[in-house]
Design a protein around this ligand. Sequence first.
Ligand SMILES: [Zn+2]
Length: 239
Amino acid sequence: MKKIKLENSNIHKGNLILVNGEHPIEEKYAANDTALVNIDFWNQEILLDYLAAKELSHLMNELECGNEIIPVKGYEKPTLPVSSEQDKEHFTGLAVDLSANEIERQSKGFPKKGICKEFRKLASKHGFIERYPKAKEEITGVEYQPGHFRYVGYPHSVIMEALDITMEEYLKTIEEYSSKEKAFRFRDKENLYEIFSVKAKDDNSTIVEIADGIPFTVSGNNIDGFVMTLSLKLQRALT
Ligand SMILES: [Zn+2]
């Protein structure tokens, strides 16, 4: 068994941090410029978290969309005082606003047709979700924004899409799965994922035990603890 110590400062870091009106991101935890990278081949001005940038560029390559889709906003530095107008999710480096590059950019939207529809089909496979859907405005507290995508990481993105739930709802769901024995299970062709939440202890002594040799990731939830994701290789069926 491997003992993993989870530091309370990490509650505010990771792909699954929830950032909304109720759970703002503190300035000291906002992405630090050095961990961010340029999303190359379009716009040197736009920075994203390393993994988010990598997956976005894989997605774009797979889509072969050239410059039909253009990123218009990535990481934003918090400027004080933070106004209610600012979308604080951009402080994390995990959010990107995209726009369809239609005829001379006259249309700046991200429609549900054409290349944007194709993008949506591939997004979750690469860890992205549409963060502010129209039908979920009451839950997210944010007006419909068809071009705002958030990197949450695979397989979380695929699960949220399959269940048609927002990050708010997903983290609430995962809260019910509170140990390795009671994990939320998701399986794809190669792996079985065990996802569960761990509440942080006040005295900074949160320890999770994981069997040796099991790959896992940890993310804070920006609320009160962590989400653990274990990935177990499925035995290939003999053919
Ligand atoms: Zn945005």
